[in-house]
Design a protein around this ligand. Structure first.
Ligand SMILES: Nc1ncnc2c1ncn2[C@@H]1O[C@H](COP(=O)(O)OP(=O)(O)OP(=O)(O)O)[C@@H](O)[C@H]1O
Ligand SMILES: [Mg+2]
Length: 198
């Protein structure tokens, strides 16, 4: 079985950018955001439960989850957020595990999970956790630049995530993303060499 590590970090820390660099180096990437997207597509495995729980108003005309509507709901309704997570999280975990067990030529696998350290359900099957560490002011400006959301929204998402120091303490490996993309590439390449040896 190939070794499996987690990759996590706060909003805008550089998870997608780092995952792409690892993928270009030949690492298998399992992206839980992508799994979540597929589960809530029109033919997605989560749609019958979402329809049962939230009703047709939260489906678009194709039968996929209406992401904007759902985002607005869970932003203001903690109970709805909990209900949605209890549908999606077990399915995401199950699928990520299943994908990690399929054969691969890659030297190891990285599972990208934004809330890996917050959730507690991943550590037992991962060999270690790589944290992308980034100063908060850069997280904020990069998140705004990437998705066009405003500063207040980024702040409120950050307060729901683990703080920087705690995340650093729980990391097995840290990638510090406070410089140029070239510096990021160098760190990833160096870590890749070490992870490939095991
Ligand atoms: N070292 C860097 N220098 C300049 N720009 C960067 C650097 N790292 C990341 N970025 C940019 O910052 C933005 C956020 O990065 P990325 O999308 O990889 O973060 P993320 O952790 O996946 O974010 P999200 O939590 O929103 O999924 C992107 O536009 C990316 O191109
Ligand atoms: Mg991302």
């Amino acid at each position: 079985m190939s070794l499996c590590y987690g990759l996590t970090g706060g909003i805008g820390s550089g998870k997608s950018t780092v995952a792409k660099i690892f993928a270009d180096l030949g690492v298998r990437i399992i992206d839980t955001d992508e799994i979540s997207h597929n589960l809530t597509a029109s033919d997605g495995l989560a749609m019958s439960a979402i329809r049962r729980d939230f009703g047709d108003p939260f489906l678009d005309i194709h039968g996929a989850m209406d992401r904007n509507k759902m985002r607005a709901l869970v932003f203001s309704d903690a109970d709805a957020k909990q209900r949605l997570q209890s549908i999606l999280h077990p399915l995401i975990l199950e699928q990520a595990k299943a994908e990690s067990l399929s054969p691969t030529e890659a030297p190891y696998t990285l599972v990208v999970v934004p809330l890996l350290l917050e959730s507690g359900h991943y550590r037992d099957w991962l060999q270690g956790v790589v944290v992308i560490d980034c100063p908060e002011y850069l997280q904020i400006s990069r998140a705004i630049q990437r998705s066009g959301i405003n500063e207040a929204t980024v702040f409120s998402i950050m307060t729901q995530q683990m703080d920087r120091e705690k995340r650093r303490r729980l990391a097995d490996e840290i990638i510090l993303n406070d410089g140029s993309l070239e510096q990021l590439q160098e760190q990833v390449t160096e870590l890749h060499k070490r992870l490939s040896i095991h």
